[in-house]
Design a protein around this ligand. Structure first.
Ligand code: NDP
Ligand code: TDO
Length: 289
């Protein structure tokens, strides 16, 4: 089986690269923004003609929530228009598409975990562009999986987990918001889940919610990182209700995982266990980025 991973040098792409070694039966093509720019229809067509992948895992995205507010055109170009072209290419070439979306498609006004059937209502440009990408896929093709996830972190790249560890190293005072409730999700869990789904050649296509189990504020997330690193005495961690940002963010964005657990007979790990597991792993092996 041939699997194309786009945006392969991003956080999720790197987690897929790391875990790909456990799946020797798959021939992987890990393509970065330099080697396969998904906004180029010509580049996509050429790649698909040459390699004819069975699956495409689309990790390519515009993910800077703050900058998207002033770069709307670029956010929509990557997260929506390019995704439409990618879906059309997949359909023509009979390639199944695995696409990643976000909890930020919701407005956060609900007080119970969001279901796949709940109405979307993004409150920032990034969320709007990602929702538009989902629509493009479902209007274009049938053989797709869209996984909405949230608050992804890992040892790779730019994410809240690495930001907190860096600030802790600098012994900076940390002011962290309690204004949002959601679920931190270990990108390694999502990567492994996707790779297993591909090997099983599952055909229960559609839209699913996949984040870790449980709920937290960003403050809770930062606190557990510091506790597990035994840094809570050295770093001054302060809960702040409001941390000023350009983009609005949903106040509540916990995702309901019932559908994904039932469809794939899979138990989603709890965010606390996953975070503790990753910290143990990076402590023993050191950082890779
Ligand atoms: N990070 C998070 O907290 C969450 C992420 N998601 C979604 O998960 C997916 C993976 O996110 P994550 O790995 O964290 O994001 P990253 O920002 O780490 O990675 C995105 C990658 O996409 C690449 N890319 C950007 N534009 C293009 C393009 N035109 N063609 C090809 N590649 C491109 C980037 O390359 P370059 O750096 O060279 O531009 C980067 O390597 C995304 O769809 C995101 O929306 C969902 C919920 C939470
Ligand atoms: C760095 C920092 C952030 N914050 C706040 C700002 C914000 O409300 C929240 C998280 O900030 P970040 O900028 O790290 O995260 P943010 O860009 O909001 O993360 C989002 O990224 C996109 C791609 C997604 O799809 C979402 O699921 C989500 O993970 O924490 C603090 O309170 N203190 C701090 O020191």
């Amino acid at each position: 089986m041939k699997v194309l991973v786009t945006g392969a040098n991003g956080q999720l792409g790197k987690c897929l690269q790391k875990h790909s070694k456990k799946f020797p039966e798959i021939e992987f093509f890990f393509e970065s923004s330099q080697t396969l720019n998904i906004t180029s229809e010509e580049a996509l067509t050429q790649f698909f003609n040459t390699h004819q992948p069975d699956f495409c895992i689309n990790c390519a995205a515009y993910t800077n929530v703050e900058a998207a507010e002033s770069e709307e055109k670029l956010a929509f170009q990557v997260n929506s228009e390019a995704v439409k072209t990618l879906a059309e290419t997949c359909k023509t070439k009979n390639t199944k598409l695995v696409h990643i979306s976000t909890d930020y498609v919701f407005d956060g006004l609900k007080h119970r975990p969001y279901l796949e059937t709940d109405s979307e209502n993004p409150i920032n440009i990034y969320g709007a562009s990602k929702l538009q990408g989902e629509v493009m896929i479902s209007e274009t093709m049938d053989r797709f999986f869209i996984f909405r996830t949230s608050w992804l972190y890992s040892e790779f790249g730019h994410n809240f987990f690495n930001t907190i560890l860096k600030k802790a190293d600098e012994r900076a005072e940390l002011n962290i918001t309690t204004e949002q409730i959601g679920t931190p999700t270990n990108a390694n869990d999502l990567a492994l889940f996707i790779l297993n789904l591909i090997t099983e050649n599952s055909n229960v296509f559609g839209l699913y919610h996949y984040s870790n189990q449980g709920e937290a504020t960003w403050y809770d997330f930062a606190r557990l990182i510091l506790e597990e690193k035994q840094l809570e005495q050295d770093v001054h961690l302060k809960a702040t209700f409001s941390y000023p940002t350009k983009a609005k963010r949903p106040k509540y964005s916990v995702l309901d995982k019932t559908k994904v657990e039932e469809a794939f007979n899979y138990k989603v790990p709890h965010w606390r266990e996953s975070l503790v597991g990753l910290l143990k792993e990076v402590n023993s092996e050191g950082f890779r980025s």
